[in-house]
Design a protein around this ligand. Structure first.
Ligand SMILES: Cc1cc2nc3c(=O)[nH]c(=O)nc-3n(C[C@H](O)[C@H](O)[C@H](O)COP(=O)(O)OP(=O)(O)OC[C@H]3O[C@@H](n4cnc5c(N)ncnc54)[C@H](O)[C@@H]3O)c2cc1C
Length: 376
């Protein structure tokens, strides 16, 4: 059964929110208007400035450069940055996933080596799970790591790897043992240097004309033993433990938020009744999703692994992000300066097919939810 305990952001979070807004206003170029999507802006300098504010690795221990803040404080920072369309792609995966993974399973050497520089906004990670014939069925991956003196030789390829052409490292799911009847065994996670020998990164242009994801090909790429994350052969359990972090945040329902903001700007203070109704409907759905997502942040804060609830947030949130486009289109006035609205709409429309693919497809999530609810 799913549970969404009622949760609220801490009372002092409005001061933090104000600081983030001030920071964004001071550090985004004038007239900056980008999608509220975590994939839509890669800017290492901006990440370094965020790092200097202490807004990367916010929940991590101080000894590794973190701020020991709560997940709910992190939530405030994340939603403000997303709402502003700030360029957060560079540090995104390291902050959301790699850090928690290393804190949970990484060696002390790995924590000391990577976490402080992730927090400073200098060290960026990609996530290497999907392969040409393995996306939803991740257990069918074929990229292999053959044990050699001092480490492994990796061969195979990864696909759709976000920002592998710009990031330095990738946490890569590989087979350290051949497939057997027990499909989920024999996989391991390795940290691979994306600029290393035997690693070729080929950017793929998406339909918006941007190169954001890649094919990554390994040909006898040597990975030292010390780059194994956690326990050899237990990569599957480790990967699935990341899912609640990956699927529940405000990025799962804010990707098209700017379209809604531009609609409200365009409608001004005197919308027609059907326009006001559309804004009301969108707002009600947005606020409901936000409560669900904040509830999951509270569960993460309590040390739980709410994978079912996170899958529900992603599935409902992704549907909302897509439906928002049509809901705004039906309310947009025929008169007035529609330029900013249309720019946001077109950018979001081109992004929209990926919304229900990345991080687990709609069908797969519904399967997870059905299983979690005992319906399957
Ligand atoms: C913008 C973007 C960024 C991405 N970034 C990354 C990244 O950084 N790292 C990474 O590892 N991956 C990344 N991915 C890959 C993403 O995780 C996969 O695309 C996704 O898991 C689906 O896998 P697939 O593309 O192989 O499709 P498939 O798994 O082949 O699915 C094809 C279709 O079949 C359906 N289907 C599959 N299995 C079932 C089933 N059992 N029941 C019902 N229907 C099913 C799916 O829902 C889908 O509609 C990214 C994808 C996108 C779009």
């Amino acid at each position: 059964m799913s549970q969404f305990p009622l949760n609220s952001l801490p009372p002092d979070s409005s001061a933090l929110r104000a600081r983030v807004r001030e920071f964004v206003a001071a550090n985004l170029p004038a007239g900056w208007r980008r999608n509220s999507d975590f994939m839509s802006g890669y800017d290492a300098d901006f990440s370094a400035k965020l790092g200097a504010q202490g807004w990367i690795g916010m929940t991590w221990p101080r000894q590794y450069g973190g701020g020991e803040h709560s997940y709910l404080e992190r939530y405030v920072v994340t939603e403000e940055l997303l709402a502003a369309g700030a360029p957060i792609s560079a540090h995104w995966f390291a902050d959301r996933q790699t850090g928690p993974l290393l804190l949970h399973f990484g060696s002390e050497i790995q924590r000391e080596r990577y976490l402080p520089s992730i927090c400073r906004g200098e060290c960026f990670f990609s996530i290497g799970m999907s392969e040409p014939d393995s996306g939803s069925d991740l257990a069918s991956i074929r990229t292999s790591a053959r044990a050699v003196d001092g480490g492994w030789l990796v061969n195979g390829s990864k696909l759709w790897t976000s920002f592998a052409h710009l990031n330095q490292h990738m946490v890569t799911l590989v087979r350290t043992a051949p497939p057997s009847d027990k499909r989920h065994e024999g996989m391991s996670q390795l940290i691979i240097d994306l600029n290393g020998d035997g690693v070729e990164v080929n950017p793929i242009t998406n339909m918006a004309g941007r190169a954001e994801f890649n094919e990554v090909v390994f040909t006898d790429a040597f990975v030292p033993r010390e780059n194994l994350v956690g326990i050899e052969g237990e990569g599957w359990q480790q990967v699935t433990s990341e899912l609640a972090h990956e699927r529940s945040g405000p990025e799962r329902f804010l990707s098209t938020f700017r379209v809604y903001v531009e609609l409200i700007r365009l409608l001004g203070r005197t919308p027609a009744q059907h326009q006001a109704a559309a804004v009301g409907r969108i707002t009600a759905q947005l606020m409901t999703l936000r409560r669900l997502s904040i509830s999951v942040a509270g569960m993460l804060e309590a040390g739980q692994t709410p994978n079912l609830e996170a899958a529900l947030v992603k599935e409902l949130g992704n549907n909302f992000e897509k439906a928002l486009l049509e809901m705004t289109r039906q309310a947009v006035p025929e008169q007035g300066d529609r330029g900013a609205y249309e720019a946001a709409y077109i950018e979001s429309l081109l992004l929209s097919p990926s919304i229900t693919l990345r991080g687990g497809t709609r069908e797969v999530l519904r399967g997870v939810i059905a299983r979690g609810l005992g319906l399957r």
